[in-house]
Design a binder for this molecule. Sequence first.
Ligand SMILES: [Zn+2]
Length: 487
Amino acid sequence: MEFGLDKCAKATFKRGRLTKTTNIDLDTSTTIKEIDQEGTYKYLGVNEGDGIQHSAMKEKIRKEYLRRVRMVLKSELNAANRFEAINTLAIPVVTYSFNIINWKMSDIKKLDTKTRKILTMERMHHPKADVNRLYLPRAEGGRGLIQLELTFKTTTIGLDTYLRSTKDPLLQLVKHHEEGKKLYSIKKEASKFTQELNIPETPPMENETITKYARRVKQKAKHHGQLQMRKTWEEKPMHGKYPKRTKDADVDEVKTNKWLKSIGLKAETEGLIIAAQDQSLATRSYHHRIMKDGTDPQCRICGKYEETIDHIISGCPELAKTEYIHRHDKAASYLHWEICKEYKIKTTEKWYEHQPKTITENDEVTILWGMPIQTDREIKANRPDIIIKYKTRKECILIDMAIPSEHNTSVKVTEKLSKYKDLEIEINRMWGTKTTTIPVVIGALGLVKKGLEKYTDKIPGNINIQEVQKIALLGTAHIIRRVLSIK
Ligand SMILES: [Zn+2]
């Protein structure tokens, strides 16, 4: 073993005051010097001199934390990765010092607030979007940012559990010293936080080590903290609409929330979609009803209906003529591209460069794109997005895509199925085939209904629901940006 003598320094305290003494010479070439002028010594990265210099350390930690947050937000990372980077690179700078530096809850809350301000400046977090949602796991529809406030509470609870259970005589001394404190003792703080988070009594299990026990209590505290945040989010009249909808029986909550984890949206686009789901964008209806600033609530495009988020993303008759068709065609052409690939028909390398032709065919199939079918009997709904007619067997598939608002998704599926019933019958009669209609419906803000995969699995090719969801969300983001930029 070798000592890193070059890293050693000494400090002498007489009656609690730092005094100067001579260097210690170990041999002719090695000396342990007096500590440097600032009088600080780092123990595990924490400056110590005459005790810990708490306020100097707090300032140092705060600066370093914010420097790292800003650094992450300057990067090219997508939204999900930026949050992940903040969690792993910036958050630990603060959390490592918990229960060593005497942080007050107000200090910690200020840091969370400052973080949100920076996110808002970078257009990642809309100032009126839900705060609780930022701190919930992405798989549950949140954005997965670690909240310093909750971490401070859980760390304190974990440490308290550990100190209460330890048999180690030295740690018991720590415990007694702690309990003697009038203010901010770990015990008092922990019991306050336990009450706030509403954590039930958690006794140790048989043969559970103290470390494991403390960790389990900490996990439980975190879980309860998140439950509270989820509840607060869902109970908000506007912010709560979307999370409540995802809990409905007809919604596939897991697939609906997948976009937050896997499609890699840019930070600003994710912020915009979240704000739209939270009903917090400054539409004319929002100005009229929430801000009450006398704005006319009618839509700036059509002038006929109230300009709500729903109206902009799927209900405007004027936007339906251009923008909605564009978004819809993008999603349908992705399906067409996958179908072409399945039948080894030459396509572009990227789906978004693919321009479907009205008729595409090979020896096996004929694929029709947006082509009306001439029937003997007049049928109104005679133009599904894609028709696949097999040459080798008597079978035919009708595919129709829709991107309605979140509360219309269920109606849309039934509507599509019945809408093409007449066409199915006519085609069967004319071509002697067995025909199936496949509706592909996804919410304009990404909502996925239960059983969507049962439909997409019937489409030849490798249809990825996440890709369809991404196309819908990007289309919707584009529409929102366009409309809100018109004054
Ligand atoms: Zn309109």
